[in-house]
Structures are given as C-alpha cells and as structure tokens.
Ligand binder design. Structure first.
Ligand code: PMT
Length: 400
C-alpha cells in the first residue's frame, strides 16, 4: 500500500439502490483506494458478492462465521483496517441498529467496532424515511459524529414519490473523500488537550466547581487519536472513560492541572485548553470535614494561575494554542479580548447562558475566532466541533 492509499470499508445493505454501490466502489478503486466490501445477507439478494469481489479484487465479507480457523477475527480486522467506513445504501433497519449499538451481523459488528469515521447514505421508502423513529435514529447518529449523506427526492422504486432515493454517487464519494483527507492527517503531531472542570476543595469532602462534563475535551482527544496524533489528555473529575489510545492524566484542582500542563507543554505541537479551569480557589481549605455547627460565614477565595495565559508567555512553548471562551453576554467581544490577552492562535467561543448548549450537553454552538475573523458553526455535536477545531488547528501548524 502506498502512503496515501486509504482503506475504505464499504457496507452494503438490502435495498434496490445496492446496484448503485457498484458504481461507488468502482469510483473509489479508481481513485486509488483499497476497498473492502461487507454486505448484509439481504444485500446479497440484490447484488451478488462476486460483483464486488471482481470490482475490488478483495474478498467480500457477508457472514460473521466464515473465517478460516486461526485467522484474525474478521469484523475486528476489518474495523481496524478501515480509514473510513461508508454504508450505502443504508436501510432504515440498519440505521436503527447502528443508533442502538446492535451488532448481529458482520456489517453492524464492523460498524460498532471501528474507530474510523462512519459515513452513511440512507435509501428507503419515503414513509419509512419520514417516520419519527427513523429521524430520531438519524439524529442520534449525527450527534455521535456520523456523516449522513441525505437521500434525494424523486420517484422511488416502490412507485412512491418523495425523499428516499440514494444520494448521487458523486455526493457519497465527496463525503468519503472529506473523511479520507482527515484520516491520519495529524500523524506525528503531539497534542495536549485539557478537559472537564476543576474541583477546588473547601474541606476534604466539599469543593467549589462547575458543570463541565469533559465531553468536549474527550471528543477532541478521541478525534486527534483517530487522526494519528500522539495525544495527552489532562482532565478534571468526570465520569467519562479514558478515550482509547491516549495518555490520560487525571487531576482534581486547577493547581494540579497547571502543574500537569506546564510539565508537558514544551513538548506539544498543539495545546487545546477546553477545560473549565476554576479561576478561584478557597484560600484556606480545612483539613477535616467542617462541622455543620461550625459553618464559616464566608469563604475567602484566592486566584488560580491562568494556565493558557502563562503558556502564551512561555518562550519555550512553540505549540499552536487553542483556547475556549465561556461567555454569557457579548460573546464575540469578550472572546476576542481573550484571544489577544492570552496570546492564543484560535479561540472557540460559546454562549453558556443558554442551558441547552455548552456545559454537560451533547451539542454546542460555537464561534471559531482568529485575528482574521469569526465563524459560527450553528448547533452541532461536540464530535463535529472536535473535527472542525482540529481541521482549523492543523492549518495553523507550521509546515512539517
Ligand atoms: O465539558 P463540557 O460539558 O463538554 O462543556 C464544555 C465547556 C462549556 C466547558 C467548553 O465549551 C468551554 O467553554 N470551556 C472553557 C471554559 C472556561 O474556562 O472558559 P473561560 O472563558 O473562563 O476561560 C478562557 C480560557 O482560559 C479557556 O481555554 C480556559 O481553559 C483557560 N483558563 C481559564 C482559567 C484559568 N485559570 N486557566 C486557564 O487556562
């Protein structure tokens, strides 16, 4: 395989549009990709595996149980090999399975096991497409970062007219190419990400904190790993499990985060400070649990170090610096001030006065702000924000 050649796993499910997947597969092969096709049993009723085998010169997977004894577990090896997985056509049934994490055949098992970006091109009857449960399943997949190539409108194979026709092959191809371009574009880049909030102790059991869940930072770390970066994630307390493939440093307080980041920043090419670091901490935390009857009238706070601002001033830190700005009013104005004051290259601003986005939610609406302008994303998943953030940050990295 040449360095630029990508492995695309093409999933084919049981719909009449499966014949168009032959064209998609041909186009991918023509572009120099290595294409591995996996089909559901139902798909083989529309197109035989032999067609795809002939087009790709690779074995076609259908059954979970067809492996030679001693060979690697098929769905796992396919999942690991994939740089991108695309399912076209993707039926309502398979969309429902993907949305609920079901894995009962080779195709859905591969989709669940892969770390590669997933693109789906739905095709179905218009009523199935419009059904609220199908739309809810698609929304769930989109929120998890799956790219959905929306079906076109027109006459359907069943005779109905409406949405449900498989999108044109060129559109599916373009979506796959966007993902392949991203695949491993951060190979060799050392990324330091901070996530979550910090807990500033009042006594051994109580703390001053905030509502950050860590989802944003974890999504950035996971996306950077997927794209080949060497990632260290410094995170405050969160219930999230360690993302696969990165070094995770778990801390509690802003001072601990400060120490962890300062120790590693000089070795990083990119630092993304998505953590909600507490600006203040109780000046004098009690050694023992404060008794109810002895509750203090007031708690004196002292300032914590500003980690991002300090990075912006350290001569030995050469990394591209990406900060976040959590604002409740005049978002752009305040965020621009932070961009300059903290000397970072890019600020990701969000309006945290809206409880439906930002802290703890699955979605957010952010502005990417540099010295040359600002661009809003609209409401989107934190995975999608992570992708765009890394696309932008990558362009700021010095040419290597
Ligand atoms: O974790 P989630 O639930 O997904 O929520 C995501 C989020 C709302 C936490 C995230 O989108 C976000 O806004 N993170 C930054 C929160 C914040 O601390 O914003 P700020 O405007 O107070 O700080 C500006 C920048 O300085 C941030 O990059 C922050 O990490 C950094 N900072 C702040 C204080 C401090 N003492 N040291 C810092 O480095």
């Amino acid at each position: 395989m040449t360095r630029n050649q990508k492995t695309i796993v093409v999933g084919v499910t049981g719909g009449i549009a499966a014949y168009k997947t032959c064209e998609l597969v041909r186009a991918l092969v023509k572009r120099g990709h290595r294409v591995k096709v996996v089909m559901t049993e139902a798909a083989t009723r529309f197109v035989t595996p032999l067609v795809f085998r002939t087009l790709t010169n690779e074995p076609v997977g259908v059954s979970l149980w067809a492996d030679e004894p001693g060979s690697p577990v098929h769905h796992v090896s396919l999942a690991e090999e994939a740089d991108v997985m695309v399912i076209a056509p993707c039926t309502a049934n398979v969309i429902a399975k993907l949305a609920h994490g079901r894995a009962d055949d080779l195709l859905t098992t591969t989709a669940l096991a892969t770390e590669a970006p997933l693109v789906i091109a739905p095709a179905m009857n218009v009523h199935m497409w419009r059904r609220d449960v199908t739309q809810a399943n698609l929304a769930a997949l989109s929120a998890r970062g799956v790219t959905i190539v929306e079906p076109g409108v027109g006459e359907l194979a069943c005779g109905d007219v409406g949405e449900g026709r498989l999108a044109p092959v060129e559109e599916i191809l373009a979506a796959v190419e966007v993902e392949t371009a991203r695949a491993r574009d951060l190979e060799g880049v050392r990324v330091l990400v901070t996530a979550g909030g910090t807990h500033e102790p009042i006594d051994p059991v109580r703390y001053v904190g905030n509502r950050s869940s860590g989802k944003t930072g974890f999504a950035i770390a996971a996306e950077a790993v997927r794209r080949g970066a060497e990632v260290t994630l410094v995170t405050g307390p969160t219930h999230l499990a360690d993302p696969f493939g990165c070094t995770v440093v778990r801390i509690q307080t802003a001072l601990e985060m400060h120490a962890a980041v300062m120790e590693r920043a000089a070795d990083a090419d990119l630092v993304v400070m998505s953590a909600a670091v507490a600006d203040f901490r109780p000046a004098d935390p009690a050694d023992g649990k404060i008794k109810k009857a002895e509750a203090p009238d007031r708690i004196t706070l002292v300032g914590n170090p500003d980690i991002l601002a300090e990075l912006g001033q350290r001569a030995d830190v050469r990394a591209v610096l990406v900060g976040f700005a959590a604002e409740t009013s005049d978002v752009l104005e305040h965020a621009r001030k932070k961009l300059a004051a903290k000397r970072c290259h890019l600020i990701v601003a969000n309006d945290v006065s809206d409880p439906s986005v930002g802290f703890g939610t699955e979605h957010n609406r952010v502005w990417f702000i540099t010295s040359s302008g600002a661009e809003e994303t609209g409401l989107t998943s934190k995975n999608a924000i992570a992708r765009t953030l890394l696309d932008r940050a990558r362009k700021l990295l010095p040419a290597r």
